[in-house]
Design a protein around this ligand. Sequence first.
Ligand code: NI
Length: 182
Amino acid sequence: MGDPILREAAPEMSIEELRSPETQRLIDDLIETRRAAGGAGLAATQIGELKRIAVVEVDEHTRYAYKPLVPLTVIVNPVIEPLSDEQLLINEGCLSVPDLRGDVRRHLRIHVRYFDRNGDEGEQVVEGLTAGTFQHETDHLDGVLFLDRVTDPRSFSTWEQFDRHGQEEFLRRVAPYTRDAA
Ligand code: NI
């Protein structure tokens, strides 16, 4: 955080630009960097590229052991539509916000439309913590960090203090949406 690019909105990407070798290399880099860092997703702006591309992937090595597994999903020009007024208070972290977590309200169920890395249209309905991850990554493409959406600053904690004091209550709150419940 503090790098101005994280506060910029990335412009829509054309299919031609998406299919270029440069963009395909960037996508490979995003996938590899996410895997090395252990986040649940990563947006191009987080690696210094103002492009409307993010990846979402939750595998066994992701640093959020309670999040349901999500197969590798490359989202280009994603558009999110909430499917209800229901919200879920999710404790989030971010690879661009070192050692800080906080509570953020996210839409519980969303429809997400995007282009995949080949330029083919994709769509999914997702809910719970996974819906939160898609909203978090799409926010990055608009220059928004989870910090901006924390309504109670008292919910901020380091990862260590969250594990010690916050995790148990959080996991009770989101129990229907955890990996174990899935
Ligand atoms: Ni993030």
